[in-house]
Ligand binder design. Structure first.
Ligand code: NI
Ligand code: MN
Length: 228
């Protein structure tokens, strides 16, 4: 079974893995690029990379409405539980856990992670998803470039999802180097053009990745889908 990936704008993704509906960083309300309605979107599982508002987004409302399980670092998961979400699961990097539809591990990321109310959100993360048939998706989260991305690349990544917008995260130059470290089969750029400070020329970036790496670049508009 392939994984269906839909970019919902900014860092928000909807994944369909073996019939399980997975949302990642569902920031929809207040997201000028949002390609889904937080009041009707379906979710079985919500994955969060860190505590910032442009990632936690509508998680609490969606999880309370749908009963979705929220998986995040320990501090973020406790904060989410304290907002009245019944089903949460806290983790820390490299502690992979099999959730049935996939095996999930958090990875390190270099960023910050306060919650929307300013409380401590633990360390920020990337997320490694391994499906039952062994497909691997690496969602880098908000991060700078770091050389240990080479180690993540040794796992043979089918799809890497990388921020390219700069200012808060890697910009285009660092994200290009990240592709060279990870050498995924395919790469999806995200976290750009949502706000004036993170404008990026994605067409130029895709051309550079195409010219300088063997990885396939997937560029979609918010709401666009593809299969991995
Ligand atoms: Ni952030
Ligand atoms: Mn962010």
């Amino acid at each position: 079974m392939s994984v269906k990936v839909t970019w919902l704008g900014h860092a928000a993704l909807a994944l369909e893995i073996d019939g399980t509906k997975v949302l990642v960083d569902p920031f929809l309300t207040g997201n000028p690029l949002a390609a889904a309605d937080p009041d009707t979107i379906e979710a079985d599982v919500i994955l969060l990379t860190h505590g910032h508002g442009d990632h936690v987004g509508d998680t609490v409302a969606i999880a309370r409405r749908t009963g979705a399980k929220v998986i995040a670092n320990n501090e973020v998961s406790i904060w989410i539980a304290n907002q009245g979400v019944k089903d949460t699961h806290g983790m820390n990097p490299d502690g992979a856990y099999d959730f049935g539809f996939a095996r999930i591990a958090l990875t390190i990321a270099f960023h910050s992670s306060s919650m929307p109310d300013g409380s401590y959100g633990g360390e920020p993360n990337g997320i490694l998803i391994t499906t039952k048939e062994g497909k691997k998706l690496y969602l880098a989260g908000d991060t700078s470039l770091f050389s240990d991305m080479r180690l993540i690349g040794e796992k043979r990544i089918d799809l890497a999802v990388l921020p390219i917008g700069g200012n808060y995260t890697m910009g285009p130059d660092e994200a290009l180097q990240a592709v060279k470290f990870i050498h995924p089969n395919a790469v999806l750029p995200i976290h750009y053009n949502t706000f004036p400070v993170i404008q990026a020329d994605v067409v130029d970036w895709a051309r550079r990745v195409h010219n300088e790496t063997p990885s396939k670049v997937i560029v979609v508009d918010p709401g666009g889908s593809f299969e991995v």
